[in-house]
Design a protein around this ligand. Sequence first.
Ligand code: PGA
Length: 251
Amino acid sequence: MRKNIVAGNWKMNTTLAEGVGLAKDVNEALKGVDAKCDVIICTPFTHLASVAAVIDQKKLGLGAENCADHIKGAYTGEVSAPMVASTGATYVILGHSERRQYYGETSEILKTKVNLALAENLTPIFCIGEVLEERENGTYFDVVTKQIQEALFDLSAEDFGKLILAYEPVWAIGTGKTATADQAEEMHAHIRKVIADKYGKEVADNCSILYGGSCKPTNAKEIFSKPDVDGGLIGGAALDAASFMGIVTAF
Ligand code: PGA
């Protein structure tokens, strides 16, 4: 059966020293709780190797926030999937709306990144979600369906089964405006149906689908109580160990 997961997305926050400190705090806090979910932190590239050295990855998974769409070579400033894997990280966020919006990441590019990540045994946390205009004009189901189909539906069922999905309505990211638990459930159930139609019920039932967008200790419990919501991808609230733990323990 699918896992419950709480994953932090630190984005472009924390210096190396701050990041290592935060990772240590989360690692330490996890020792004191019987977490009912897998817990992951996704940090800037610069922090990965140092964080890997101070956490217990049996209890706290580690991921990058992106990887390159090439495996190696003359791509100044890029960080490849093999490089991410060589730090000890085992997850990678791909297709975050900020990457799509600010760095022009298309489904075609993301398809390549997913394949490169899987080839390194990295687990992609693949993000999908509509912008406010698409929510308001009622096209949000189609938009999310298309994002999944375009980037992921060339995968074999076996490879698709390795992914974690994260539904993040763009209008709810960093805005304090959370989707209601019912809005999240409605979309998660839709996503699961789209997967079932392509890969069958078993693959769909086994896929962890996280919700992301202004998830906090105060709203996590209600959102996570929905049958098709298997956890959260947490931005702002992951930058403080206590609030992140407040979300982890919502399960
Ligand atoms: P937020 O970000 O929790 O700060 O809204 C979530 C995300 O973008 O992954």
